[in-house]
Design a protein around this ligand. Structure first.
Ligand code: C2E
Ligand code: MG
Ligand code: MG
Ligand code: MG
Length: 280
């Protein structure tokens, strides 16, 4: 019976979604080819100290322009890469590029997003630590960002992978906190080095007194478990001030800088001599 139901469902999708499936397959092949040719860009978004307001780190974000011209959002091509195994090539590519870039930025830390699909790969810790060692940067400058999903699905394995990475010296941040289920007590057990609160929480924080209280309580809770907090999606001076007041030590968002090219970050960190002279 189950088999019959399964076949029925497959046929239903085939007839109704043929066009979608073709489009998806075409996109998959285009992405696979682009990754194989190294045609994935990495951009970097500044992360600033909440007090100093100077850049202390950057988050690496993948960019893909299909056919070299049509940008496809990461929220589209990352899930596709995860579902098709392409992430096993794309992930290391981004990590290599990001590590190579940060080598030229002394004193700046680098955050790189890691998919649950990568965490699932038994070779991932050795591979990631190998790439970082090869790049010649201190592992302590590298933070891998991961969302809660995999920790809820497979807590035992997730903890093992995480401990291997942490033993290698890299830091692990819990990304997008406040966007999902965020079963707080449960997540605390894993020993994340940092919490990144989702843009939705940053926004909620200034929308109502209750939102503000929620934000404050979240940051205080993280602090009581020795997790410093980065706020994401900071778009206004008011948000920045409130988040600092709540105890976030790092801020990230369009207010401080959009994701930008390696060259643009380099210029920001060490302005070319003529620009400095012109600025007086
Ligand atoms: P994320 O890791 O939470 O990254 C932050 C996202 O918020 C980025 O979107 C960034 O451009 C955006 N953002 C930053 N500040 C602001 C702001 O002030 N306002 C608004 N509206 N948005 C802001 P992006 O680059 O589109 O990436 C989306 C997601 O795709 C990322 O969310 C991450 O989960 C995933 N992703 C991106 N690159 C990679 C990658 O190399 N590997 C993996 N596994 N996932 C990636
Ligand atoms: Mg992230
Ligand atoms: Mg995030
Ligand atoms: Mg995200």
């Amino acid at each position: 019976r189950a088999k019959h139901a399964g076949r029925g469902r497959a046929m239903y999708y085939e007839t109704l979604m043929d066009d979608d499936r073709d489009e998806r397959r075409e996109m998959e092949e285009a992405l696979r080819a682009a990754v194989a040719r190294g045609e994935i860009d990495v951009v970097f978004q500044p992360i600033v100290g909440a007090r100093s307001r100077t850049i202390c780190g950057v988050e690496a974000l993948a960019r893909w322009s299909r056919g070299g011209t049509k940008p496809v959002p990461p929220d589209v091509f990352i899930p596709l890469a995860e579902a098709t195994g392409i992430i096993d090539t794309l992930g290391p590519l981004v990590l290599k590029r990001a590590c190579a870039a940060v080598r030229n930025w002394p004193g700046i830390d680098i955050s790189i997003n890691v998919s649950p699909a990568q965490f699932r790969n038994p070779y991932f810790p050795d591979q990631a630590l190998g790439i970082i060692a090869e790049a010649g940067i201190a592992p302590s400058r590298v933070t891998l960002e991961i969302t809660e999903g995999y920790f809820i699905q497979n807590p035992g394995r997730a903890k093992l992978v995480m401990d291997r990475l942490k033993a290698g010296g890299v830091r692990i941040a819990l990304d997008d906190f406040g966007a999902g289920f965020s079963s707080i007590g449960y997540l605390i057990r894993f020993g994340f080095d940092r919490m990144k609160i989702d843009r939705s929480l940053t926004i909620a924080g200034e929308q109502s007194p209750k939102g503000g209280a929620m934000l404050q309580a979240t940051v205080a809770l993280a602090a009581s478990f020795d997790m410093p907090v980065t706020a994401e999606g900071v778009e206004t001076a008011e948000q920045a001030a409130f988040l600092h007041l709540c105890g976030c030590d790092q801020l990230q968002g369009y207010f401080f800088g959009k994701p930008m090219s390696e060259r643009a970050i380099s210029d920001l960190l060490a302005p070319p001599a003529d620009v400095e002279a012109a600025a007086g």
